[in-house]
Design a protein around this ligand. Structure first.
Ligand SMILES: [Zn+2]
Length: 351
């Protein structure tokens, strides 16, 4: 039997704030005191409502039920407003959803709304992940609209309870480029800490793959799914046929690229461009290619670098460096295979 998790409680209190008596059923170790005192206090009487808290001149706090069922003295410590331990909860969510670099930041202007990090499926894509402690459809829908206006990009939105993810909320999310998930079954609080019970990272991966396809849309603009944090040194490019290379990076699997995929084929003549033969010659030289006259190949090399940087999504680092000492171009990635060509032979073949 799965124990009912307490997360629904997060959305029951407005702004996820309340005195300890409001937080009944929620783990005490996941509550943090604020320095605010409550102005209302739950009435333990029949009314099921709240008492007004009145401060007397002698410093005593008295609770007076609006329905008249009770009037009693209240301890100061019971009036302290508590807020959930967001650091603990959000790091649990970060693990369950595969969110890298969780730095939690409250979102100004939307009560109880946080950005808990970014989902970072590949080097050049980051999708914000936000969460809201609320269960009311109108407030959830307004928050989604406000976040969409801020982010201007697709984002994920996490809610504590599945019951809050109504059809109407999903419709609003869809219109705003947002995907909503509930997490009540994904993390649990046992033995005094938060544990991941279900993994949702593959759901995020699938959805963001669709978003990326949509963003990259233009035909011929093939991209390699470069993992976050990858460097040129992690890449292996291997010529497997005259006009085909196979690329792998950090266990990301092999993907084939044609000259056309790398935009290294002339659209008019249908022949590989100089950039492609340059890359072939680099492979033949195992990534360390002597060049006698740099001025003759400088422009081609720049084109190769720019194309690789775009396709492999590492815009800030040049993949091929010039070594003045060796008068050679050196690839930071591993490149091999192909016919034993020299650059001048390769040029003759494409001329
Ligand atoms: Zn009462």
């Amino acid at each position: 039997m799965l124990q009912k998790q307490p997360w629904h409680k997060l959305s029951q209190l407005l702004g996820a704030r309340g005195v300890k008596a409001d937080w009944t059923g929620f783990p005490e170790n996941l509550l943090k005191p604020t320095n605010e005192l409550a102005e209302t206090f739950p009435c333990a009487g029949r009314c099921g409502g709240y008492m007004d808290v009145i401060k007397h001149n002698d410093g005593q706090h008295i609770g007076v039920c609006a329905s008249g069922c009770d009037k009693r003295s209240l301890q100061m410590k019971d009036l302290i407003i508590h807020y959930p331990d967001t650091t603990a909860i959000f790091s649990g969510l970060g693990q369950a959803f595969g969110i890298s670099a969780t730095s939690h930041a409250i979102i100004d202007g939307i009560p109880a709304c946080w950005q808990i990090g970014d989902y970072n499926p590949s080097a050049s894509y980051r999708f914000p992940v936000a969460t809201l402690f609320d269960a009311q459809a109108s407030r959830i829908e307004r928050a989604i609209g406000q976040l969409a206006a801020r982010y201007k990009n697709p984002f994920f939105f996490l809610l504590p309870s599945a019951s809050a993810v109504t059809q109407s909320v999903q419709d609003v999310a869809l219109r705003n480029g947002c995907k909503v998930f509930a997490y009540e079954d994904l993390i649990e609080f046992t033995n005094n800490s938060i544990h991941v019970r279900g993994m949702a990272a593959n759901m995020l991966a699938e959805i963001s793959a669709g978003w990326i396809k949509h963003i990259d849309g233009a035909p011929g603009e093939t991209r390699y799914p470069t993992p976050a944090g990858a460097k040129w040194e992690d890449f292996v490019l291997e010529f497997t046929a005259d006009e085909m290379i196979t690329v792998s990076c950090k266990g990301q699997g092999h993907k084939q690229f044609s000259a056309e995929d790398l935009q290294m084929r002339d659209k008019r003549t249908k022949k590989p461009k100089k950039a492609w033969t340059f890359l072939q010659a680099m492979a033949a030289a195992n990534g360390n290619m002597s060049v006698s006259d740099i001025d003759k190949v400088k422009k081609t090399k720049q084109e190769v670098s720019a194309n690789l940087q775009r396709v492999f999504q590492i815009p800030d680092d040049d993949p091929i460096e010039w070594s003045g000492e060796d008068t050679a171009y050196k690839a930071k990635f591993i490149v091999r295979g192909g016919e034993k060509l020299t650059l001048s032979n390769a040029r003759k073949r494409t001329a």
